[in-house]
Write a protein that binds this ligand. Structure first.
Ligand SMILES: NC(=O)c1ccc[n+]([C@@H]2O[C@H](COP(=O)([O-])OP(=O)(O)OC[C@H]3O[C@@H](n4cnc5c(N)ncnc54)[C@H](OP(=O)(O)O)[C@@H]3O)[C@@H](O)[C@H]2O)c1
Length: 420
Protein backbone atom coordinates (compact mmCIF):
# COMPACT_ATOMS: atom_id res chain seq x y z
CA UNK A 1 0.00 0.00 0.00
CA UNK A 2 1.13 3.55 -0.82
CA UNK A 3 2.08 5.75 2.13
CA UNK A 4 1.36 9.34 3.13
CA UNK A 5 4.18 10.75 5.21
CA UNK A 6 2.87 12.73 8.17
CA UNK A 7 4.74 15.08 10.51
CA UNK A 8 3.07 16.43 13.64
CA UNK A 9 4.00 19.64 15.44
CA UNK A 10 3.01 18.96 19.08
CA UNK A 11 1.69 15.85 20.86
CA UNK A 12 -0.67 17.28 23.49
CA UNK A 13 -4.43 16.85 23.95
CA UNK A 14 -5.56 17.30 20.33
CA UNK A 15 -2.62 15.55 18.66
CA UNK A 16 -3.18 12.54 20.92
CA UNK A 17 -6.89 12.54 19.97
CA UNK A 18 -5.91 12.83 16.29
CA UNK A 19 -3.63 9.75 16.50
CA UNK A 20 -6.09 7.78 18.64
CA UNK A 21 -8.91 8.43 16.17
CA UNK A 22 -6.70 7.24 13.33
CA UNK A 23 -5.67 4.02 15.11
CA UNK A 24 -9.29 3.44 16.19
CA UNK A 25 -10.62 3.62 12.62
CA UNK A 26 -7.47 2.87 10.65
CA UNK A 27 -8.85 0.00 8.56
CA UNK A 28 -11.76 2.03 7.19
CA UNK A 29 -9.77 5.22 6.81
CA UNK A 30 -6.96 3.52 4.86
CA UNK A 31 -9.57 1.89 2.62
CA UNK A 32 -11.21 5.28 1.94
CA UNK A 33 -7.87 6.85 1.12
CA UNK A 34 -6.37 3.90 -0.72
CA UNK A 35 -3.22 4.62 1.23
CA UNK A 36 -1.93 4.54 4.80
CA UNK A 37 -0.16 7.02 7.08
CA UNK A 38 3.46 6.78 8.05
CA UNK A 39 4.17 9.00 11.05
CA UNK A 40 7.68 10.28 10.34
CA UNK A 41 8.41 12.93 12.97
CA UNK A 42 6.71 14.56 15.96
CA UNK A 43 8.05 17.86 17.31
CA UNK A 44 7.56 18.43 21.05
CA UNK A 45 9.27 20.36 23.84
CA UNK A 46 10.16 17.25 25.83
CA UNK A 47 11.09 14.37 23.52
CA UNK A 48 11.70 11.91 26.35
CA UNK A 49 8.17 12.10 27.81
CA UNK A 50 6.16 8.83 27.34
CA UNK A 51 3.23 9.36 24.98
CA UNK A 52 0.79 7.41 22.81
CA UNK A 53 1.97 3.76 22.67
CA UNK A 54 1.29 3.25 18.92
CA UNK A 55 4.08 5.67 17.94
CA UNK A 56 7.75 4.76 18.51
CA UNK A 57 9.69 7.03 20.89
CA UNK A 58 12.38 7.40 18.22
CA UNK A 59 10.25 9.71 16.01
CA UNK A 60 10.03 12.46 18.66
CA UNK A 61 12.34 15.45 18.20
CA UNK A 62 12.69 18.71 20.13
CA UNK A 63 14.37 20.76 17.43
CA UNK A 64 12.54 21.93 14.29
CA UNK A 65 15.74 21.47 12.25
CA UNK A 66 15.37 17.71 12.80
CA UNK A 67 11.83 17.88 11.42
CA UNK A 68 12.73 17.00 7.84
CA UNK A 69 10.08 18.70 5.66
CA UNK A 70 11.43 17.12 2.47
CA UNK A 71 10.26 13.66 3.57
CA UNK A 72 6.70 14.84 4.50
CA UNK A 73 3.46 15.08 2.50
CA UNK A 74 1.32 16.61 5.24
CA UNK A 75 2.23 18.61 8.36
CA UNK A 76 -0.30 18.68 11.20
CA UNK A 77 0.22 21.70 13.49
CA UNK A 78 -1.15 21.13 17.00
CA UNK A 79 1.26 23.17 19.13
CA UNK A 80 -0.90 26.27 19.63
CA UNK A 81 0.11 29.94 19.88
CA UNK A 82 1.17 32.25 17.07
CA UNK A 83 4.94 31.89 17.27
CA UNK A 84 6.80 29.68 16.44
CA UNK A 85 3.79 27.80 14.94
CA UNK A 86 3.38 30.46 12.22
CA UNK A 87 7.03 30.27 11.11
CA UNK A 88 6.93 26.46 11.06
CA UNK A 89 3.72 26.39 8.99
CA UNK A 90 5.18 28.90 6.51
CA UNK A 91 8.27 26.72 6.09
CA UNK A 92 6.12 23.61 5.61
CA UNK A 93 3.91 25.29 2.96
CA UNK A 94 6.95 26.66 1.15
CA UNK A 95 8.50 23.18 1.18
CA UNK A 96 5.40 21.86 -0.66
CA UNK A 97 3.66 20.20 2.32
CA UNK A 98 -0.09 20.43 2.84
CA UNK A 99 -0.87 21.74 6.34
CA UNK A 100 -3.71 21.04 8.77
CA UNK A 101 -4.07 23.11 11.93
CA UNK A 102 -6.50 23.51 14.85
CA UNK A 103 -4.96 26.83 15.85
CA UNK A 104 -7.67 29.52 15.99
CA UNK A 105 -5.49 32.33 17.27
CA UNK A 106 -3.00 31.74 14.47
CA UNK A 107 -5.66 31.42 11.75
CA UNK A 108 -7.48 34.56 12.98
CA UNK A 109 -4.30 36.64 13.12
CA UNK A 110 -2.25 35.22 10.25
CA UNK A 111 -4.75 33.20 8.19
CA UNK A 112 -4.82 35.61 5.24
CA UNK A 113 -1.04 35.48 4.81
CA UNK A 114 -0.87 31.69 5.26
CA UNK A 115 -3.66 31.08 2.73
CA UNK A 116 -1.77 33.20 0.20
CA UNK A 117 1.43 31.23 0.81
CA UNK A 118 -0.49 27.95 0.42
CA UNK A 119 -2.00 29.14 -2.92
CA UNK A 120 1.37 30.32 -4.16
CA UNK A 121 2.92 26.94 -3.43
CA UNK A 122 -0.04 24.97 -4.78
CA UNK A 123 -0.70 23.19 -1.50
CA UNK A 124 -3.70 23.06 0.84
CA UNK A 125 -4.18 24.61 4.27
CA UNK A 126 -7.07 23.22 6.32
CA UNK A 127 -8.33 24.40 9.72
CA UNK A 128 -11.71 22.74 10.44
CA UNK A 129 -10.86 22.03 14.11
CA UNK A 130 -9.96 25.68 14.79
CA UNK A 131 -13.69 26.55 15.12
CA UNK A 132 -16.19 24.38 16.97
CA UNK A 133 -13.78 21.49 17.71
CA UNK A 134 -15.51 18.35 16.45
CA UNK A 135 -18.45 20.11 14.73
CA UNK A 136 -17.98 20.28 10.95
CA UNK A 137 -18.55 24.02 10.51
CA UNK A 138 -15.90 25.11 8.00
CA UNK A 139 -16.55 22.13 5.69
CA UNK A 140 -20.31 22.64 5.84
CA UNK A 141 -20.03 26.32 4.95
CA UNK A 142 -17.47 25.75 2.20
CA UNK A 143 -18.85 22.56 0.67
CA UNK A 144 -22.43 21.76 1.60
CA UNK A 145 -23.66 25.37 1.63
CA UNK A 146 -21.62 26.65 -1.29
CA UNK A 147 -24.80 27.21 -3.35
CA UNK A 148 -25.97 29.73 -0.75
CA UNK A 149 -25.18 33.27 0.16
CA UNK A 150 -24.78 33.15 3.93
CA UNK A 151 -26.62 36.12 5.41
CA UNK A 152 -26.31 35.44 9.13
CA UNK A 153 -24.29 33.37 11.59
CA UNK A 154 -24.99 33.07 15.29
CA UNK A 155 -22.65 30.89 17.29
CA UNK A 156 -21.97 29.62 20.77
CA UNK A 157 -18.30 29.11 19.98
CA UNK A 158 -16.79 28.99 23.46
CA UNK A 159 -17.58 26.05 25.73
CA UNK A 160 -16.16 27.63 28.90
CA UNK A 161 -18.46 30.66 28.84
CA UNK A 162 -21.44 28.54 27.85
CA UNK A 163 -20.76 26.26 30.82
CA UNK A 164 -20.51 29.27 33.17
CA UNK A 165 -23.69 30.94 31.87
CA UNK A 166 -25.57 27.62 32.06
CA UNK A 167 -24.56 27.17 35.72
CA UNK A 168 -25.46 30.79 36.52
CA UNK A 169 -28.89 30.34 34.88
CA UNK A 170 -29.77 26.92 36.29
CA UNK A 171 -28.20 27.08 39.75
CA UNK A 172 -28.45 30.83 40.37
CA UNK A 173 -24.78 31.15 41.29
CA UNK A 174 -22.85 34.35 40.49
CA UNK A 175 -20.09 34.56 37.86
CA UNK A 176 -17.12 34.10 40.23
CA UNK A 177 -18.52 30.90 41.76
CA UNK A 178 -19.46 29.49 38.35
CA UNK A 179 -15.97 30.25 36.99
CA UNK A 180 -14.36 28.46 39.97
CA UNK A 181 -16.60 25.43 39.30
CA UNK A 182 -15.54 25.45 35.62
CA UNK A 183 -11.86 25.65 36.62
CA UNK A 184 -12.20 22.74 39.09
CA UNK A 185 -13.80 20.57 36.39
CA UNK A 186 -11.16 21.51 33.79
CA UNK A 187 -13.57 23.49 31.56
CA UNK A 188 -11.71 26.75 32.23
CA UNK A 189 -8.00 27.68 32.29
CA UNK A 190 -6.42 29.10 35.44
CA UNK A 191 -6.09 32.33 33.41
CA UNK A 192 -9.59 32.48 31.89
CA UNK A 193 -9.21 35.82 30.05
CA UNK A 194 -9.20 34.45 26.48
CA UNK A 195 -12.49 32.70 27.14
CA UNK A 196 -14.47 34.95 29.50
CA UNK A 197 -13.49 38.23 27.84
CA UNK A 198 -14.55 37.03 24.38
CA UNK A 199 -11.14 36.77 22.62
CA UNK A 200 -11.44 33.04 21.82
CA UNK A 201 -14.93 33.45 20.32
CA UNK A 202 -13.75 36.51 18.35
CA UNK A 203 -10.86 34.52 16.80
CA UNK A 204 -13.35 31.85 15.73
CA UNK A 205 -15.79 34.41 14.34
CA UNK A 206 -12.95 35.99 12.33
CA UNK A 207 -12.23 32.58 10.75
CA UNK A 208 -15.92 31.93 10.01
CA UNK A 209 -16.21 35.38 8.46
CA UNK A 210 -13.69 34.40 5.82
CA UNK A 211 -15.58 31.27 4.86
CA UNK A 212 -19.13 32.57 5.20
CA UNK A 213 -18.77 36.15 3.98
CA UNK A 214 -15.45 36.23 2.10
CA UNK A 215 -14.15 38.91 4.48
CA UNK A 216 -11.07 38.28 6.63
CA UNK A 217 -11.21 40.81 9.45
CA UNK A 218 -8.44 41.79 11.79
CA UNK A 219 -9.72 40.23 15.08
CA UNK A 220 -9.40 43.75 16.56
CA UNK A 221 -12.21 44.88 14.23
CA UNK A 222 -14.66 42.56 15.96
CA UNK A 223 -16.67 44.33 18.64
CA UNK A 224 -16.12 42.28 21.80
CA UNK A 225 -17.66 42.05 25.24
CA UNK A 226 -17.20 39.21 27.72
CA UNK A 227 -19.41 37.79 30.47
CA UNK A 228 -17.70 39.04 33.66
CA UNK A 229 -20.38 41.66 34.32
CA UNK A 230 -23.41 39.43 33.86
CA UNK A 231 -25.40 39.17 37.09
CA UNK A 232 -28.03 36.75 38.34
CA UNK A 233 -30.40 39.73 38.48
CA UNK A 234 -30.07 40.24 34.69
CA UNK A 235 -30.46 36.52 34.03
CA UNK A 236 -33.66 36.42 36.10
CA UNK A 237 -35.20 39.50 34.47
CA UNK A 238 -34.34 37.95 31.10
CA UNK A 239 -36.10 34.70 31.98
CA UNK A 240 -39.14 36.63 33.19
CA UNK A 241 -39.29 38.40 29.82
CA UNK A 242 -38.83 35.13 27.88
CA UNK A 243 -35.08 35.24 27.14
CA UNK A 244 -31.98 33.20 27.98
CA UNK A 245 -28.51 34.71 28.03
CA UNK A 246 -25.70 33.30 25.83
CA UNK A 247 -22.31 34.60 24.74
CA UNK A 248 -23.08 34.86 21.02
CA UNK A 249 -20.66 35.43 18.16
CA UNK A 250 -22.80 37.08 15.49
CA UNK A 251 -21.97 37.80 11.87
CA UNK A 252 -24.48 39.50 9.60
CA UNK A 253 -24.03 40.48 5.99
CA UNK A 254 -25.76 43.37 4.25
CA UNK A 255 -24.92 44.43 0.69
CA UNK A 256 -22.11 46.78 1.62
CA UNK A 257 -20.83 45.57 4.94
CA UNK A 258 -20.44 42.73 7.40
CA UNK A 259 -21.18 43.28 11.05
CA UNK A 260 -19.21 41.10 13.49
CA UNK A 261 -19.62 41.03 17.25
CA UNK A 262 -19.12 38.85 20.30
CA UNK A 263 -21.26 39.79 23.28
CA UNK A 264 -23.63 38.41 25.92
CA UNK A 265 -27.02 38.34 24.21
CA UNK A 266 -30.58 37.62 25.27
CA UNK A 267 -32.17 35.10 22.92
CA UNK A 268 -35.82 33.88 23.02
CA UNK A 269 -36.13 30.78 25.21
CA UNK A 270 -37.68 28.82 22.32
CA UNK A 271 -34.85 29.64 19.83
CA UNK A 272 -32.86 26.43 19.08
CA UNK A 273 -29.58 28.03 20.17
CA UNK A 274 -31.05 28.85 23.60
CA UNK A 275 -31.20 25.12 24.34
CA UNK A 276 -27.43 24.65 23.86
CA UNK A 277 -26.16 24.16 27.40
CA UNK A 278 -23.03 23.41 29.42
CA UNK A 279 -19.79 23.09 27.43
CA UNK A 280 -21.54 22.38 24.10
CA UNK A 281 -21.12 24.60 21.05
CA UNK A 282 -23.48 25.37 18.18
CA UNK A 283 -23.62 27.43 15.03
CA UNK A 284 -26.90 28.67 13.63
CA UNK A 285 -26.60 29.58 9.96
CA UNK A 286 -29.05 31.43 7.73
CA UNK A 287 -28.51 30.91 4.00
CA UNK A 288 -30.51 32.79 1.37
CA UNK A 289 -31.73 29.55 -0.15
CA UNK A 290 -31.48 26.83 2.49
CA UNK A 291 -33.03 28.98 5.22
CA UNK A 292 -32.05 28.24 8.81
CA UNK A 293 -29.86 25.33 9.95
CA UNK A 294 -28.01 24.62 13.18
CA UNK A 295 -24.95 22.49 13.84
CA UNK A 296 -24.37 21.31 17.41
CA UNK A 297 -21.74 19.30 19.26
CA UNK A 298 -18.54 19.24 21.27
CA UNK A 299 -16.41 22.29 20.66
CA UNK A 300 -13.30 20.90 22.38
CA UNK A 301 -11.71 17.78 23.79
CA UNK A 302 -9.12 15.31 22.50
CA UNK A 303 -11.29 12.95 20.43
CA UNK A 304 -13.85 15.43 18.96
CA UNK A 305 -11.14 17.91 17.97
CA UNK A 306 -8.74 15.16 16.90
CA UNK A 307 -11.47 13.70 14.69
CA UNK A 308 -11.93 17.04 12.91
CA UNK A 309 -8.17 17.31 12.33
CA UNK A 310 -8.06 13.77 10.96
CA UNK A 311 -11.02 14.47 8.63
CA UNK A 312 -9.10 17.41 7.17
CA UNK A 313 -6.04 15.20 6.60
CA UNK A 314 -8.11 12.44 4.97
CA UNK A 315 -9.92 15.04 2.83
CA UNK A 316 -6.58 16.36 1.57
CA UNK A 317 -5.41 12.85 0.67
CA UNK A 318 -8.68 11.90 -1.03
CA UNK A 319 -9.59 15.12 -2.84
CA UNK A 320 -6.43 17.22 -3.10
CA UNK A 321 -8.69 20.15 -4.01
CA UNK A 322 -9.27 23.53 -2.44
CA UNK A 323 -12.60 24.67 -1.03
CA UNK A 324 -14.68 26.38 -3.68
CA UNK A 325 -17.15 27.86 -1.22
CA UNK A 326 -15.66 31.19 -0.34
CA UNK A 327 -14.27 33.84 -2.61
CA UNK A 328 -12.89 37.05 -1.25
CA UNK A 329 -15.47 39.81 -1.36
CA UNK A 330 -13.98 42.94 -2.86
CA UNK A 331 -16.06 45.81 -1.54
CA UNK A 332 -17.50 44.53 1.70
CA UNK A 333 -16.14 46.16 4.84
CA UNK A 334 -16.50 45.36 8.52
CA UNK A 335 -18.70 47.91 10.24
CA UNK A 336 -20.32 47.74 13.67
CA UNK A 337 -23.56 49.69 13.81
CA UNK A 338 -25.17 47.47 16.45
CA UNK A 339 -28.72 47.84 15.09
CA UNK A 340 -30.64 45.64 17.50
CA UNK A 341 -33.06 45.55 20.38
CA UNK A 342 -31.44 46.09 23.80
CA UNK A 343 -32.18 45.22 27.42
CA UNK A 344 -31.42 48.10 29.79
CA UNK A 345 -31.50 47.80 33.59
CA UNK A 346 -31.22 50.91 35.73
CA UNK A 347 -31.71 51.93 39.33
CA UNK A 348 -33.99 54.94 39.86
CA UNK A 349 -35.61 56.86 42.72
CA UNK A 350 -38.74 55.00 43.77
CA UNK A 351 -41.11 57.93 43.08
CA UNK A 352 -44.31 58.27 41.04
CA UNK A 353 -43.80 59.58 37.48
CA UNK A 354 -40.18 58.44 37.03
CA UNK A 355 -41.05 55.64 34.61
CA UNK A 356 -43.06 58.06 32.45
CA UNK A 357 -40.23 60.62 32.34
CA UNK A 358 -37.70 57.97 31.27
CA UNK A 359 -40.06 56.67 28.57
CA UNK A 360 -40.37 60.26 27.27
CA UNK A 361 -36.56 60.63 27.30
CA UNK A 362 -36.20 57.46 25.20
CA UNK A 363 -38.91 58.84 22.89
CA UNK A 364 -36.96 62.10 22.46
CA UNK A 365 -34.23 60.00 20.79
CA UNK A 366 -36.74 58.11 18.63
CA UNK A 367 -36.37 54.93 20.71
CA UNK A 368 -39.56 52.97 21.27
CA UNK A 369 -39.98 50.44 24.05
CA UNK A 370 -41.10 46.84 23.73
CA UNK A 371 -41.32 45.80 27.41
CA UNK A 372 -40.94 47.37 30.82
CA UNK A 373 -40.58 45.77 34.24
CA UNK A 374 -40.93 47.97 37.29
CA UNK A 375 -40.49 46.58 40.75
CA UNK A 376 -40.72 48.44 44.06
CA UNK A 377 -38.26 47.32 46.73
CA UNK A 378 -39.63 49.44 49.53
CA UNK A 379 -36.45 51.54 49.76
CA UNK A 380 -35.17 54.78 48.25
CA UNK A 381 -34.29 53.16 44.90
CA UNK A 382 -36.06 50.69 42.65
CA UNK A 383 -34.93 48.74 39.58
CA UNK A 384 -36.39 49.52 36.15
CA UNK A 385 -35.89 47.18 33.21
CA UNK A 386 -36.61 48.04 29.57
CA UNK A 387 -36.40 46.14 26.33
CA UNK A 388 -36.23 48.52 23.39
CA UNK A 389 -37.26 47.99 19.80
CA UNK A 390 -34.40 47.95 17.25
CA UNK A 391 -32.09 50.95 17.57
CA UNK A 392 -28.50 51.81 16.60
CA UNK A 393 -26.16 51.29 19.54
CA UNK A 394 -24.75 54.83 19.29
CA UNK A 395 -28.21 56.35 19.48
CA UNK A 396 -29.01 54.18 22.52
CA UNK A 397 -25.76 55.31 24.18
CA UNK A 398 -26.68 58.98 23.54
CA UNK A 399 -30.13 58.46 25.05
CA UNK A 400 -28.71 56.65 28.08
CA UNK A 401 -26.16 59.42 28.69
CA UNK A 402 -29.03 61.90 28.88
CA UNK A 403 -31.13 59.59 31.06
CA UNK A 404 -28.19 58.91 33.41
CA UNK A 405 -27.81 62.66 34.00
CA UNK A 406 -31.34 63.00 35.41
CA UNK A 407 -31.55 63.52 39.17
CA UNK A 408 -33.98 60.59 39.57
CA UNK A 409 -31.57 58.07 37.96
CA UNK A 410 -29.00 56.54 40.30
CA UNK A 411 -27.19 54.22 37.88
CA UNK A 412 -27.49 52.51 34.49
CA UNK A 413 -26.48 48.98 35.49
CA UNK A 414 -26.67 46.78 32.38
CA UNK A 415 -27.05 47.08 28.63
CA UNK A 416 -27.41 43.73 26.84
CA UNK A 417 -28.15 42.97 23.18
CA UNK A 418 -31.47 41.20 22.53
CA UNK A 419 -32.15 38.96 19.53
CA UNK A 420 -35.91 38.58 19.02
N1 LIG B 1 -7.67 21.25 23.59
C1 LIG B 1 -8.76 21.37 22.85
O1 LIG B 1 -9.82 20.83 23.17
C2 LIG B 1 -8.72 22.19 21.59
C3 LIG B 1 -9.90 22.36 20.85
C4 LIG B 1 -9.86 23.08 19.64
C5 LIG B 1 -8.66 23.60 19.20
N2 LIG B 1 -7.54 23.44 19.96
C6 LIG B 1 -6.28 23.98 19.44
O2 LIG B 1 -5.41 22.90 19.17
C7 LIG B 1 -4.05 23.29 19.39
C8 LIG B 1 -3.39 22.32 20.35
O3 LIG B 1 -4.07 22.37 21.58
P1 LIG B 1 -3.79 21.28 22.73
O4 LIG B 1 -4.86 21.51 23.76
O5 LIG B 1 -3.63 19.94 22.17
O6 LIG B 1 -2.40 21.80 23.31
P2 LIG B 1 -1.44 21.09 24.38
O7 LIG B 1 -2.12 19.93 25.03
O8 LIG B 1 -0.89 22.16 25.24
O9 LIG B 1 -0.26 20.50 23.47
C9 LIG B 1 0.69 21.30 22.86
C10 LIG B 1 1.80 20.40 22.31
O10 LIG B 1 2.70 21.21 21.57
C11 LIG B 1 4.03 21.03 22.05
N3 LIG B 1 4.68 22.35 21.94
C12 LIG B 1 4.20 23.54 22.36
N4 LIG B 1 5.07 24.54 22.08
C13 LIG B 1 6.12 23.95 21.46
C14 LIG B 1 7.34 24.44 20.93
N5 LIG B 1 7.66 25.75 20.97
N6 LIG B 1 8.19 23.55 20.36
C15 LIG B 1 7.88 22.24 20.32
N7 LIG B 1 6.73 21.71 20.80
C16 LIG B 1 5.87 22.56 21.37
C17 LIG B 1 3.93 20.54 23.47
O11 LIG B 1 5.06 19.76 23.78
P3 LIG B 1 5.26 19.02 25.22
O12 LIG B 1 4.21 17.95 25.24
O13 LIG B 1 6.62 18.46 25.20
O14 LIG B 1 5.04 20.08 26.23
C18 LIG B 1 2.62 19.70 23.39
O15 LIG B 1 2.91 18.40 22.98
C19 LIG B 1 -4.12 24.74 19.87
O16 LIG B 1 -3.96 25.60 18.79
C20 LIG B 1 -5.54 24.87 20.42
O17 LIG B 1 -6.03 26.19 20.37
C21 LIG B 1 -7.54 22.75 21.13
Amino acid sequence: MKKQNIGILGMGIVATGFCQTYFLNQGEIDKKMGTTFEFKKVLVKNKDKKRISELPQSIYVDDFDQFDLKELDIVVELMGGVSPACEYIKKALEAGCHVVTANKELMAKKGKELIQIAHKNNVLLRYEASVGGGIPLIGTINDSLTSNKIVKLMGILNGTTNYILTKMTKEKIEFDAALKRAQTLGFAESNPTADVDGFDAAYKLAILSKDAFGVIPDPEEISKQGIRNISIEDIEYGLELGYKIKLLAIGERSNAHVELSVQPTFIPIDHPIASVNNEYNALYIEGNSVGEIMLYGKGAGAMPTGSAVLSDVVDIVVKKSDYIGSCMAQNIVVKNIGFSAYYVRMEVLDLPGVLGQIAVAFGDYGISLDSVVQRARGGQFAPLVFITHDVERMKLNDALRTIASKEYVNEIQSIIKVVK
